[in-house]
Ligand binder design. Structure first.
Ligand SMILES: C=CC1=C(C)c2cc3[nH]c(cc4nc(cc5[nH]c(cc1n2)c(C)c5CCC(=O)O)C(CCC(=O)O)=C4C)c(C)c3C=C
Ligand SMILES: [Fe+2]
Ligand SMILES: [Fe+2]
Length: 331
């Protein structure tokens, strides 16, 4: 007999309010995860509690305030639209699947999502982390958190996991169409900067395949767009702490590009399935100010795939393939 199936979309986590307390409540569990910051707990915990959280939370709260929406943080608001959109697209294909949204850290939690699905009789789950590129700092904690939720469970459901989709044809096509649409509306810049969230270099040396997957996505996107080598760049953003992260750094690249002849720049962040602080504030605002201050003439941030129909089709397709329902979706 076939089990009743359910889908959980998972993203990182986000504050409940753009206040120092809201940011602190989000950052504490996130930055306490040894997958994210792998320093010895005896050293890191006091540093986190006494220095990082008190200093960082008010500053980051000020950054969230201007991008906050009536439905909460952009990551949550867009996540809710993705959840509803995927549910609707699956229904159009005659697939009546319960769809939940959960965060690895904070609310809405994976525990709550599982409780809701369990109450509907679900015994087979697809976890779809909204990270196109695998990283030990993002995708692996989804599994850790899921395993903790399951420790309280007598009847553990079957599990299908979308580990990554960095080269899925529908993903590359959706990114390329997003860029083309942007060019049609705004004109094409001299260069396309393809910026991914960074991780410490050390994690990559210890086996995290994330940088190779970012490179593969960027190559495939540039190829799909027919860009020559000098028409695009790859960089890594959102550095945290003192140790070396993946290079080239986005902030340094933005300051260098005008001197190398790039006057008009387009920027896309393919690693973010939904716009959030790291794209709307760091790239669209801070990045623009940096590029223009270094002599750039025009700067355009190309929004994430968010709840674009093509993106919803892709996510619905990834989930249905993982669950073995496998009906093709138009894209
Ligand atoms: C401390 C180290 C961090 C690692 C490693 C890291 C990896 C990583 N993060 C994302 C996606 C997101 N990160 C977001 C916010 C964010 N990330 C870090 C730190 C690390 N991230 C911090 C401290 C923060 C909070 C903001 C800040 O204090 O600067 C978000 C946005 C959440 C939101 O509410 O908008 C996302 C999404 C990826 C993809 C990744 C590695 C591949
Ligand atoms: Fe991050
Ligand atoms: Fe940041």
């Amino acid at each position: 007999m076939r089990h009743k199936q359910g889908l959980i979309l998972v993203n990182l986590g986000t504050p409940q309010s753009p206040t120092p307390e809201g940011v602190k409540a989000f950052l504490r569990p996130f930055l306490s995860d040894g997958r994210v910051v792998d320093l010895a707990p005896w050293l890191w915990r006091p540093l986190l509690e006494l220095v990082i959280l008190p200093r960082r939370s008010p500053r980051v709260a000020r950054n969230y305030a201007p991008i906050w929406t009536p439905d909460g943080s952009p990551l949550l608001a867009i996540g809710r639209r993705q959840q509803a959109g995927i549910k609707a697209r699956l229904l159009q294909a005659d697939i009546d699947l319960p769809v939940c949204l959960a965060m690895t850290y904070g609310e809405p939690s994976l525990a709550t999502a599982w409780q809701q699905l369990k109450e509907q009789g679900v015994e087979e789950i697809c976890l779809l982390p909204l990270y196109p590129q695998y990283s030990s700092t993002t995708m692996a904690p989804v599994l850790d958190t899921w395993a903790r939720v399951m420790r309280r469970e007598k009847n553990v459901p079957a599990l299908h996991l979308v580990r990554d989709y960095h080269l899925a044809p529908g993903y590359i096509a959706a990114l390329a169409n997003r860029v083309r649409q942007h060019w049609q509306q705004n004109g094409q810049g001299d260069c396309l900067l393809i910026s991914f969230h960074g991780i410490p270099v050390r994690y990559a040396k210890e086996g995290d395949p994330y940088p190779a997957q970012c490179q593969a996505t960027a190559n495939a996107l540039a190829q799909e767009l027919g860009l020559a080598a000098e028409q695009w760049r790859l960089s890594f953003q959102s550095r945290f702490g003192k140790e070396p992260w993946l290079e080239p750094y986005t902030d340094e690249t933005l300051l260098q590009l005008p001197a190398s002849g790039v006057r008009r720049l387009d920027v896309i962040c393919p690693g973010f399935a939904a716009d959030c602080l790291e794209t709307l504030e760091e790239i669209a605002e801070e990045g623009k100010a940096a590029f223009l201050s270094a002599g750039g003439a025009a700067y355009h941030y190309i929004p994430a795939l968010n709840d674009q129909p093509e993106h919803l089709d892709l996510l619905a397709q990834l989930a249905s393939q993982a669950l073995g329902i496998g009906k093709p979706f138009a894209s």
